[in-house]
Write a protein that binds this ligand. Structure first.
Ligand SMILES: NC(=O)c1ccc[n+]([C@@H]2O[C@H](COP(=O)([O-])OP(=O)(O)OC[C@H]3O[C@@H](n4cnc5c(N)ncnc54)[C@H](OP(=O)(O)O)[C@@H]3O)[C@@H](O)[C@H]2O)c1
Length: 306
């Protein structure tokens, strides 16, 4: 293994805490072959399935994590033993740990983890019930943590590996109706901003994958809230506009998968990777507005320490 680049951004430098801005140079795989082993959650549908198929087409091996592995029968028939279907529900930590053990038993290592399983919740923040909010956090945040806790010991032992964390354009921006979905993705982004600097010295890279609107089963699997009339002009107006988007407003999952593969192939992968022009536009607008507001209120900000 080669160690992390000493010039790369680090969480702690010269006694000062600094946010990491990018993932340092990746540690090389320690084994002779270049065939990587992927651990992909949400592999039955959309982005995860496209990524699984693409990695297999490239000759790599994939542990495809699914709640119902029957949905992977066709890929298994096509690619044989390079595809290991493993059943797990990301909400159940023990099932994720068993999936990791099965992957190690079959392939001996894990090189890339695509922490991708997730679903959406649409509606006003006030409308979502406690049960709905806890459920979406259970999959999108606690599920991501279950995968991290199960796979990081393997990557640390190897001294190499790459985590692709499932975020979204809603990891950096939000509009009426997506507050709680965005809350889960912002949570993943926040923990990842720290994680990247914690694991870089251990030879592990991390990339937040931020797709824009993508033509998957995401909208079919979307949970929705009640319909308070006070939110007709905001949440329901946005809902209508979103429903009227033409098909070409959505990226193909296969193209998102290609972007994820490019990150996994990179010697110096990005910490954040926007995939799709419209999502990137929304994130840029949100980030610029945030910076502008920081500047606008600077006098009040600085007066605190004057
Ligand atoms: N589509 C978009 O517009 C978009 C945009 C930005 C980000 N994303 C993110 O991309 C990721 C993949 O979504 P997608 O668009 O590919 O949607 P999708 O087609 O609905 O796929 C979601 C996948 O997650 C799996 N999953 C859901 N809950 C699970 C659980 N508890 N345990 C294990 N697997 C579970 C599903 O498995 P089952 O078949 O068992 O349900 C399915 O394979 C998500 O994290 C999503 O937030 C999507």
């Amino acid at each position: 293994m080669t160690g992390p680049d000493p010039d790369a951004p680090s969480g702690v430098r010269a006694g000062r805490l600094q946010p990491a801005r990018t993932t340092p140079r990746k540690a090389a795989m320690s084994h002779a072959t270049t065939t990587r082993t992927w651990f992909v959650t949400g592999a039955t549908s959309g982005i995860g399935r496209a990524l699984t198929a693409l990695a297999l087409q490239r000759g790599e091996q994939v542990a495809a994590v699914a709640r119902h592995s029957a949905a992977l029968t066709d890929l298994h028939a096509e690619h044989g033993e390079r595809l290991l279907p493993v059943e797990a529900d990301v909400r159940e930590e023990q099932s994720v740990r068993r999936a990791v053990e099965a992957t190690l038993a079959a392939f001996g290592r894990i090189d890339v983890v695509a922490n991708n399983a997730g679903y959406g919740l649409f509606g006003a923040v006030e409308e979502a019930t406690d049960v709905q909010v806890r459920a979406v956090f259970d999959t999108n945040v606690f599920g991501v943590l279950n995968v991290l806790r199960a796979t990081l010991p393997v990557l640390r032992r190897q001294g190499s590996g790459h985590l692709l964390e499932g975020s979204s354009l809603y990891g950096q921006s939000a509009h009426p109706g997506v507050g709680l979905l965005a809350a889960t993705k912002y949570a993943v982004e926040g923990l990842t901003d720290a994680l990247v600097a914690e694991v870089a010295p251990l030879g592990i890279a991390v990339t937040l994958v931020q797709p824009g609107p993508t033509a998957s089963a995401f909208l079919t699997n979307l949970d929705t809230t009640g319909t308070l009339a006070d939110y007709d002009g905001t949440v329901r107006a946005v809902q209508k506009a979103l429903a009227e988007r033409p098909p070409d407003a959505f990226s193909a999952p296969e193209r998102i998968a290609e972007g994820m593969l490019a990150a996994a192939d990179a010697d110096r992968p990005p910490l954040r990777l926007a995939l799709g022009a419209s999502g990137a536009r929304d994130m840029r607008a949100a980030l610029e507005a945030r910076l502008a507001e920081l500047d606008e209120w600077r006098a009040v900000t600085d007066a605190v320490d004057a």
